[in-house]
Every structure is written in C-alpha cells, then in structure tokens.
Design a protein around this ligand. Structure first.
Ligand code: NAD
Ligand code: UDP
Length: 358
C-alpha cells in the first residue's frame, strides 16, 4: 500500500510539531507548510531527527497559507489524503488590538486553503478549533452541544471557520471535516527536544510559568483570586500536547469512516486545575519557586472551563493518558534543556535556514 500523504499547515508550531512527529512514526508521509511567524525551522529539524528512519518522510516548505500560487504548486506535486490545519495567529490580547491582522491571517488563510483543496479534490480536513468557542460557559463540563460565543476576535475567527466549514459541507457532502476543540495544551515531548517556544510575551499560563522558572521574567501575575473555585483562581482543563497529538491521529483514522461528514470533538481531559494548583505542581516537578503577585481578573477570562470527553472517547476511541504531574515534568524537562527555546545558546542551531527541504 502506498504511504498516505498528509499536509500539515502550521506544522512547525507547538502543537503542529508534536503532531508531525506522531504522523511520521505512524507511517504517514508528511508535508509541512509554515511561514515561521511564531515558530522555528529548528523544530522541524528536531522532529525529523526524533522520527529516526521515518524522518525521511518529512518535507517542509516555508510558505504563507495566503500565498495561493505557492499552495497550488504544492498540491500540484503531491496527492494529499487529508489536511491538518493548525496554522493561525492565537494571541487573544493581540487579536483585540489588531483584529484585522487576525481576520486576514486566520480567515483568508483558511479560505485560501479550502479553495486549493477543493480545486485538487482533497476534501478531508482536520481543523484546530478551540475551547475558546464556549466563551464563558454557563455550565461545565462543556459538551460539543454547549452554547457557543466568542469573547474576542481570535475566538471569532475560530467560530467563523467552524461555520465556514459547516457551510462547505452542507453544499458538498463529499467533504469530511473534523473540528477539534482543544482545551489547554501544555507539556512537551518526553525527549525534551521539542516544546513550546512562544515569540514575545506569552499570554498563556504555562509558558509564563516556564519563563519565570528560568529567570527570564521575575514573577507570575495571577489574574484574580476571587473566583468561585477551589482556591479562588481560574480553573482550566490542561492536556498534555502528546495526548493532543495522538488525538489528531485518531481523527485521521476517523476520516476513513464512510459515514463521517462534519463532526466536532472536544480534546481535553475532563479535569479542572486551578492556577495555584498548577503552580504547585510545576514547583514540585522543577524544584523551583515561582514568585507570584495577585492582580485583578483578566478581562474576558472565564471562571471554570473543562471538557466533556465522552464523545471523543466513544467515537474517536481516544482518551488523554497523561496527568498534570506528567505535563509539568515534561514541560520542565524541555525548558531546563532549552531555557531560551530553540534559540538557546546550548542548542545546536548552526544548520538552520529558511528554505525548503525534503
Ligand atoms: P503556534 O503559534 O505554535 O503554531 C501555529 C503555526 O502557524 C506557527 O508555526 C505559525 O508560524 C504558523 N502560521 C501562522 N500564520 C500562518 C500563515 N498565514 N501561513 C503559514 N503559517 C502560519 O500555535 P499552536 O499552539 O501550535 O496552535 C496551533 C493551532 O491550535 C492554532 O490554530 C491555535 O489557534 C489552535 N489552538 C491552540 C491552543 C493553545 O493553547 N496552544 C488552544 C486551542 C487552539
Ligand atoms: N493566568 C494567570 N496568569 C497568566 C496567564 C494566565 O493567572 O500570566 C490564568 C488565567 O487567568 C486563567 C488560567 O491562568 O485562569 C489559564 O489561562 P490561559 O491564558 O493559559 O488559558 P485560557 O484562559 O485561554 O484558557
């Protein structure tokens, strides 16, 4: 049987790089496109190395998703079984300041991709949606049927793309679309060789803790300790990025099911963890003290968000395996080996370039 080729947009990024590794070791030929706006080509080189003999099945193109001629050329040369679409801008605060940037990048990028897929008869898509589409949930756990609302332009791009996909499927039921609503991915590959390396000031809790732990920032600001939760701090459903990556392999297998059309799945653990609980778990894993200051609630932040995982367990045959302690252990392993991410002086980055390779 010929090796199946999968196109991964945004595959050099945090979740993308972990998923590309899983794809390679699962035997898929994997073509990545990424403009490296929030990632490093070094991640791709490391994925290739980690994949061992399967690494030869990886190719990378530094391409912006909105560059239609470049995308057409990639589809002209390879027949793709499916596309996993990660690429997009994801910083909530920045999306409030620069809504046009977010609408342009995330919506135009996705529309361009869908047009090129349609033109090449590739109608199988797995899309990175987000728990952000549940807004401030009235009830937890969030099920795939829970009411949707977006609290900022980033969230609206996810909602709009979900709707765009639904309309395309309604118009042409040959499409198979799986939309994965991720909860809060953290952690890193247990090798400590790939992980999250955000450019600029991190928005999210774990990358911020990580930067405090290595002395890059002096203190973690806790946004609110007056929520109606176990200790007053916000509660989220943190999921190990390797579990998340495996969820994508499960989704690809699901696309082979002839009955699948347009389906949405939560990818979370179903468990909530507060900010203080997360800090304590990270301190235990790292042996580092994380200095804290308490500040006001962050505007737009929900109190408690966690997933109902029943649908994914039942229909994707997938369940998250890793605990919070595992997530913190692997996060610390990554950050202690790469305190400044892929640009750490310790890293062997000499052979990085910005071109294409196979
Ligand atoms: P990331 O920023 O690490 O990865 C996204 C990648 O897309 C980056 O490598 C970036 O360079 C690339 N990219 C952005 N715009 C592009 C464009 N126009 N053309 C080509 N490449 C482009 O982010 P991530 O955490 O890996 O997130 C992946 C996806 O999952 C995103 O769509 C994000 O919105 C979604 N998501 C992330 C989280 C999270 O907390 N990390 C939660 C829910 C959903
Ligand atoms: N948080 C915090 N300080 C930070 C970043 C986040 O206290 O520097 C809190 C935030 O208020 C929320 C939780 O940590 O309760 C998770 O925030 P994150 O941005 O990681 O995820 P999201 O809110 O988007 O689900």
């Amino acid at each position: 049987m010929a090796t199946k080729a999968i196109l991964v947009t945004g595959g050099a990024g945090y979740i993308g790089s972990h998923t590309v590794l899983q794809l390679l070791v699962s035997g898929f030929k994997t073509v990545v496109i990424d403009n490296l706006n929030n990632s490093s080509e070094i991640a791709m080189r490391r994925v290739k190395e980690l994949a061992g003999e399967f690494g030869n099945n990886l190719s990378f193109h530094k391409v912006d998703l909105r560059d239609k001629p470049a995308l057409m050329q990639i589809f002209d040369t390879t027949m793709f079984e499916a596309v996993i679409h990660f690429s997009g801008l994801k910083a909530v605060g920045e999306s409030v300041q620069k809504p046009l940037l977010y609408y342009n990048n995330n919506l135009i990028g996705t529309i361009t991709l869908l047009e090129v897929m349609a033109a090449h008869g590739c109608k199988n898509l797995v899309f990175s949606s987000s728990a952000t589409v549940y807004g401030w949930p009235k009830e937890v756990p969030c099920t795939e049927e829970s009411p949707l609302s977006a609290l900022n332009p980033y969230g609206r791009t996810k909602l709009f793309i979900e709707e765009i996909c639904r309309d395309i499927y309604r118009a042409d039921p040959e499409w198979k679309m799986i939309l994965l609503r991720y909860f809060n991915p953290i952690g890193a590959h247990p090798s400590g060789y790939i992980g999250e390396d955000p450019h600029g000031v991190p928005n999210n809790l774990m990358p911020f803790i990580q930067q405090v732990a290595v002395g890059k920032r002096p203190v973690l600001t806790v946004f609110g300790n007056d929520y109606n939760t176990v200790d007053g701090t916000g509660v989220r459903d943190y999921i190990h990025v390797v579990d998340l990556a495996e969820g994508h392999i499960a989704a690809l297998h699901k696309l082979e099911d002839s009955k699948i059309g347009y389906e949405v799945f939560n990818l979370g653990t179903g468990k909530g963890t507060s900010v203080f609980q997360m800090v304590a778990a990270f301190e235990k894993a790292s042996g580092k003290k994380i200095p804290l200051v308490i500040a006001d609630r962050r505007p737009g932040d929900a109190e408690i968000v966690y997933a109902s995982t029943e649908k994914a367990e039942r229909e994707l045959n997938w369940k998250a395996k890793y605990s919070i302690d595992d997530m913190c252990r692997d996060q610390w392993n990554w950050v202690s080996k790469n305190p400044y991410g892929y640009e750490s002086p310790e890293s062997n980055n000499n052979n990085a370039d910005n071109g294409c390779y196979t």
